[in-house]
Design a protein around this ligand. Structure first.
Ligand code: BG6
Length: 477
């Protein structure tokens, strides 16, 4: 047993997203979203980047979000298993298109609201606090077709209405909200992250910064709305985090690391401190873009900052200015990084760096001085059953316990941490690859990359391990 410092109120749990778990993509009146148009296969990456040729489904492609793991019908069974592990919270997202099928309908879809009402009630009945992301990547296709998604200022108002609808309905039930999942994903996978499709001749960076401004104003308006409607509840931002290391102590590399981190901090600086930072203003000036900001936007950003900083952490990143080093990029990572010679990588080429979560948490806390919430962390791996048919995922236990031990150190360093929700406590569809075989769960789901399988759930070795961790409030780590 280790001496740990996780507070008594620590929110242990797991995290999933509507588009990767629910399925039922046209059930209950749900509209079509950007993620529903992402096939598994070689097209996926280029589509996610915003180079998607059409916004219609193709007969010859397989779309993993359509059924996903059928959480839409099986959530009660899954919640029982989470409760058995002792979860204190479950992070889920609401699908915008279940509530407003077109994104801007005059009235919300009652069936969608009822689905989430039942889901949250089931969680509560099992002693599990819902932690809810308002937008985890999915944008209704109608908004993409009509307004260019977040390119359009109109989205700010539609999102605000959507958020207000949720707050009014779930007031007193949901205590923790987040505005946008991995808001900085916009710069890396703009169609996956925000439904952005590029047109020929568009200045891509300008489009992205304009969309970012719209999301930042929308996020602040959601904070305002929640604070008015349910002052007891808290609302956070959510960053795809991971410190960037300079490859060497050459000041050029060190500066490159700072610049790379600022591409991500840019969002949180605004959401948490309430204003565009100086480095962003300089960038806008030098680009000579005509970014459209309305009168009053600055006041909105200033007045409505987030209560806590949610973040995901999978890997650290490394950068160099040396062209030869830059030639050795890691495979698979959504965030570009050169290979760190001191660290191993996962089967998908993602760098494994437990110490990096402590460094990242300390940096975020030093910068913002607000409570942090680790809302994603985990290892995507291929799980093979042993001779006894059981999955002994010792590699997953190693990854998670190493990261949790570092978080324990971060708490000792003085970081205020609300909780930890590992990613995909039950196997779900991979966001970046659309595969099922990239598994994160303590619970195995019988389904393969082609969509075959019974969808039956079964426990892996990590199930009992996590149960013990929670039971002992981290002492079993
Ligand atoms: C984060 C996302 O980027 O990483 C999740 O918020 C995603 O939606 C997770 O699933 C892990 O990535 P992947 O590609 O392995 O599913």
């Amino acid at each position: 047993m280790t001496t740990t410092t996780f507070p008594k109120s620590f929110l242990w749990g797991g995290a999933i997203a509507a588009n990767q778990a629910e399925g039922g993509y046209r059930e209950g009146g749900k509209g079509l979203t950007n993620v529903d148009l992402l096939p598994r296969g070689e097209e996926r990456f280029s589509y996610m980047k915003g180079n998607i040729p059409h916004l219609e489904l193709q007969d010859d492609l397989y779309y993993p979000s359509h059924e996903a793991i059928d959480f839409y019908h099986r959530y009660k069974e899954d919640i029982k298993l989470f409760a058995e592990m002792g979860f204190k919270c479950l992070r889920v997202s609401v699908s915008w298109a279940r509530i407003f099928p077109n994104g801007n309908d005059a009235e919300p879809n009652e069936e969608g609201l009822t689905f989430y009402e039942n889901l949250f009630a089931e969680l509560k009945a099992n002693g599990i606090e819902p932690v809810v992301t308002i937008a985890h990547f999915d944008v209704p296709v109608h908004l993409i077709e009509t307004f260019g998604s977040w390119k359009g200022r109109e989205l700010v108002g539609f999102y605000e209405t959507y958020a207000r609808t949720l707050f009014n309905r779930f007031k007193g039930t949901v205590k923790y909200w987040m505005t946008f999942n991995e808001i900085n994903m916009l710069f890396h996978l703009p169609f996956l992250g925000a439904g952005i499709v590029f047109k020929e001749g568009e200045n891509r960076d300008q489009v992205l910064y304009q969309a970012a401004h719209h999301q930042l104003v929308a996020s602040a308006l959601a904070v305002k709305a929640l604070h008015e409607i349910d002052p007891e509840a808290q609302i956070g931002c959510m960053l795809a985090a991971g410190v960037t290391y300079p490859y060497s102590c050459n000041p050029e590399d060190v500066w490159a690391g700072i610049e790379r981190d600022r591409e991500s901090y840019f969002f949180i600086d605004v959401q948490s401190r309430g204003a565009y930072p100086g480095y962003a203003k300089r960038f806008f000036r030098e680009q000579e873009w005509d970014l459209h900001m309305e009168e009053g936007d600055e006041d909105i950003l200033k007045a409505h900052t987030v209560d806590y900083i949610g973040f995901s952490y999978y890997s650290s990143r490394t950068i160099s200015r040396d062209p030869e080093i830059l030639g050795k990029m890691t495979a698979g990572n959504v965030f570009p990084s050169v290979k760190n010679p001191h660290l191993r990588t996962s089967e998908w080429g993602w760098t494994i760096d437990p110490k990096g979560i402590r460094i990242t948490a300390n940096q975020l806390y030093d910068r913002y001085q607000k409570p942090l919430f680790v809302v994603e962390n985990g290892l995507g791996a291929i799980d093979e059953p042993g001779a006894d048919g059981e999955i002994n995922d010792a590699y997953r236990i190693d990854y998670l316990s190493a990261h949790l031990r570092e978080l324990n150190e971060a708490i000792k360093d003085g970081v205020q941490l609300l909780g930890y929700t590992c990613w995909g406590p039950i196997d779900i569809v991979s966001a970046s690859s659309g595969e099922m075989k990239k598994r994160y769960g303590y619970i195995h789901v019988d389904k393969d990359n082609e969509g075959n399988g019974t969808l039956n759930r079964s426990k892996k070795a990590s199930f009992d391990w996590y149960k013990q961790v929670i039971e002992t409030n981290g002492a079993a780590l």
